[in-house]
Design a protein around this ligand. Structure first.
Ligand code: NAP
Length: 261
């Protein structure tokens, strides 16, 4: 794709301050796309990103505070969005919880607890549902759009402590297919991009981070771990309506070959 192919379009992405979400904010802004994104606690980083991409790429950018453990607050965030932007073309459900809220969810099987598992379901599946519903209401006004849920290959490959996330990624991938089946008539395509292990804060929070990293490098035919920018190409492709206009209800796996070897 050539430069600035997304001028006049708007992306809304949750969790744009770090890791994969931040890489996505930059990749879309570089294409000339206006970008709205959310943060949980890093307001200063959000403001720095806004200033940086507005001056580097000449796009409009705004950030809003969102807690995906309270998915219905997406409705208020979208009201703020409506005051700043007059159209929505792309929505990426990307934010993920970590730390205290995943206690009992990020653990070996025998230490799993309903509360931690429920939190991960809320943040992964329910947040995707409400965020995508609100996105679809706006997209249908302009004839359609592209919705993406970030997923991970932790539902395909055994990853220690990851069963809570892995099962909920499987669930959100199925939800993506249901959404695709029902939103297609509005011109809205819905897909998931499933990444193998990517070197971000979320992965560094793993107690066995070094071990996981070494295993990924060994397992990948490309002999390296994923970088936060490695998932941007698949998302740009899914938002390019010329390139992917008949692609919906699918899971695109970008994993450096790690889930087969
Ligand atoms: N890392 C991997 O190996 C990997 C692989 C494949 C797929 N993925 C998926 O890619 C997505 C992004 O992962 P990442 O590794 O980039 O994560 P990350 O580095 O931990 O970043 C998480 C983002 O979510 C926000 N966030 C945290 N808690 C939140 C809450 N309660 N409500 C709303 N937003 C919240 C953070 O905002 P603040 O900065 O304000 O805290 C930050 O922007 C996730 O869906 C993840 O499952 C990750």
């Amino acid at each position: 794709m050539s430069e600035k192919t997304m001028s006049g379009k708007t992306l809304f992405i949750s969790g744009g301050t770090r890791g994969i979400g931040k890489a996505m904010v930059y990749a879309f802004a570089k294409k000339g796309c206006d970008v709205a994104f959310t943060y949980a606690s890093n307001a200063d980083i959000a403001n720095e990103i806004i200033e940086d991409i507005q001056s580097k790429y000449g796009v409009k950018s705004r950030a809003y505070r969102l807690d995906i453990l309270e998915p219905l607050t997406y409705k208020d965030v979208y009201k703020e969005f409506d005051e700043d932007f007059d159209r929505l073309d792309f929505f990426i459900s990307n934010a993920i919880i970590s730390g205290r809220s995943v206690v009992g969810g990020f653990a070996p099987f025998m230490r799993l607890k309903p509360k931690g598992l429920t939190n991960i379901y809320t943040a992964t599946v329910s947040a995707f549902v409400v965020g995508a519903q609100e996105a679809a209401k706006r997209m249908q006004k302009t004839g359609g759009g592209s919705i993406i849920s970030m997923s991970s290959t932790g539902n395909l490959v055994y990853t220690p402590n990851y069963s809570g996330h892995g099962t909920n990624k499987a669930a959100v991938e199925t939800m993506v297919k249901y959404a695709a089946a029902e939103l297609g008539e509005k011109g809205i395509r819905v897909n998931a991009v499933s990444g193998g292990p990517i070197d971000t804060d979320a992965l560094k929070a793993f107690p066995n981070y070094e071990e996981v990293k070494a295993e990924v490098v060994k397992r990948s035919p490309l002999s390296r771990m994923g970088d936060a920018t490695d998932l941007t190409g698949a998302c740009l492709f899914l938002c390019d309506s010329d390139a992917s206009s008949w692609l919906t209800g699918q899971i695109i796996v970008v994993d450096g070959g790690t889930s087969f070897k």
